[in-house]
Design a protein around this ligand. Structure first.
Ligand code: ADP
Length: 485
């Protein structure tokens, strides 16, 4: 099968969130399955400035965007990843915006990218069987195929699948940005890509893609309900038969405590002594504790997260005194909304022996926190899949999470009597709901046998990509068949 994965980010090139892990890992799995797979990304400044060696394909693009022609150029690496260069749009500090807000021309940037993807295929004479689009940034690709490219023989057999990684991000723009898309006014209505007076790029993809997926089964059901659908439940209900949930995996080569080069010590399920060393180093690094001090006995709970409303940070902030009353050390790594950054900085200054806050995106520290902690906290308001809990399980760190979306699908609540389960779940989105789960979790902390059972249960779970990649492949076939009807 000839697969094109179109994504605004993908590991190992560029990452701001879980979407990057998905796009990168899927490409790798399909390559292992001997499919022809290409990845296409914008050529952001961060990729250009990285150590990745890119070659100029010599192919240039002329893309109409809002009444003018914007030039692009195609670059490529050795792994069949393609990069669309356009300095005007992508040679910037960040991907989508800064702490002050989104870039004001995001509609033009990603209309250019989406159309550029299709023009790139033509220039390379690469006819994909399937274009796997990801999130609003590529939502226009299926829509263009059904409209501007409808009679184009080149794409006659190309099917599309759109993965919605997070319905909370839809690519919503003022009506005036309709011009940027080069789509006529006839598409700006509620049956088209209008959404309450705005242009909605994700909706475009949801209308036009042959198959829709989300990143867990529970989330695929949750988004049919008005309270979780950000206004798109009507459309999703209409497309319910084409909507599937496939849980994400993690890259088991990158996330492997037995081989992880970013850790001070490695370990595996049969010998966890390296994990103790990781904890010691983490404590030293973040809390400046003495080597082999008594503080090593204290439970360490970590969070590695985007600082956004969705992640349940307000619950954590509200419950800080109660959380600390459990005698736990809390380590937080994240970046995002300024209001959370400020509040957490203040909290770490106030409780510097118990709370460590690192603002920024730090791959090495993330690995060390997953390995060196006892617990991993994810009190998300909603969570389409979540990768943090999967990584935590792999690293023998017990997840404490809200029972929503992918967290509900991948964590089993611990049963002290049977010793079955891998973590602690709570349902109500309240500080007291979260504190109940924390209480249950910390009660087991001193019971070595129970802790060891739970750690091992988690480490033995298989959340590698293989199974999910196979499932996507089946859906690609379904999409292709739909195109033939
Ligand atoms: P989302 O995609 O909503 O941000 P996920 O849990 O699906 O959340 O994926 C987040 C991924 O990004 C995980 O691999 C997590 O370890 C990583 N991550 C998030 N924030 C940071 C950070 N500040 N530094 C390093 N890695 C981070």
């Amino acid at each position: 099968m000839k697969i094109l994965i179109a994504s605004p980010e993908a590991v190992p090139y560029i990452k701001t969130g879980g979407l990057a892990d998905v796009a990168g890992a899927l490409s790798k799995e399909f390559r292992k399955m001997k499919d022809t797979v290409c990845l296409v990304l914008p050529l952001y400044r961060k990729i250009r400035d990285s150590l990745i060696r890119l070659a100029d394909t010599g192919i240039s693009l002329n893309i109409p965007v809002g009444g003018r022609i914007v030039k692009g150029r195609i670059w490529k690496d050795r792994q069949a990843a393609f990069f669309i260069e356009c300095d005007e749009f992508f040679n910037r500090l960040e991907l989508y915006g800064t702490a002050d807000g989104d870039y004001s021309d995001n509609a033009s940037r990603f209309a250019f990218f989406s159309r550029g993807i299709l023009e790139m295929c033509r220039s390379l004479a690469f006819t994909p069987d399937i274009i796997h689009c990801n999130d609003w940034q590529t939502g226009l690709v299926p829509f263009y195929l059904r409209t501007l490219y409808r009679d184009d023989a080149f794409f006659k057999k190309t099917a599309t699948l759109l993965t919605i990684h997070n319905l909370g991000y839809q690519g919503l723009f003022p009506a005036s940005d309709m011009r940027a898309t080069n789509l006529g006014p006839e598409f700006f209505n509620p049956e088209g890509i209008e959404f309450y007076g705005k242009v909605n790029f994700l909706k475009a993809g949801m209308i036009a893609a042959d198959i829709l997926t989300t990143v867990s089964e529970t989330y695929s059901r949750e988004i049919l309900l008005p309270e979780s659908a950000f206004g798109l439940d009507g459309l999703l209900k209409k497309r319910e038969h084409d909507l599937f949930g496939i849980v994400n995996g993690i890259d088991y080569d990158e996330w492997d405590p037995a081989k992880d080069k970013l850790l001070p010590a490695t370990y595996h399920v049969k010998d966890l002594s390296g994990k103790t060393l990781c904890k010691r180093e983490l404590l030293r690094m973040l809390f400046k504790t003495a080597r082999k001090g008594r503080e090593e006995q204290v439970p360490v709970m970590s969070m590695v997260t985007r600082f956004s409303e969705q992640k349940g940070l307000d619950l954590v902030m509200r419950a800080i005194p109660e959380i600390l009353s459990f005698g736990v050390k809390l380590a937080i790594l994240g970046k995002g909304d300024e209001r959370f950054q400020r509040s957490f900085r203040e909290l770490s200054a106030k409780y510097k022996d118990s709370i460590s806050v690192t603002i920024g995106f730090d791959e090495m520290l993330a690995h060390r926190m997953y390995a060196g902690s006892d617990y991993f906290l994810m009190p998300s308001k909603y969570e389409p899949c979540g990768l943090g809990q999967l990584i935590a399980l792999r690293y023998g760190t017990i997840p404490i999470a809200r029972k929503t979306g992918g967290l509900a699908d991948t964590i089993e609540d611990f049963e002290p009597l049977t010793r079955k389960g891998t973590g602690f779940l709570f349902s109500d989105y309240t500080a007291s709901g979260m504190l109940d789960a924390l209480k249950r979790a910390f009660c087991v902390y001193t019971d070595t046998d129970k802790m060891q059972s739970m750690i091992r249960n988690g480490m033995r779970k298989d959340f590698s990509w293989r199974r999910s990649a196979q499932r996507y492949r089946e859906l690609y076939k379904t999409a292709l068949l739909k195109g033939k009807v």
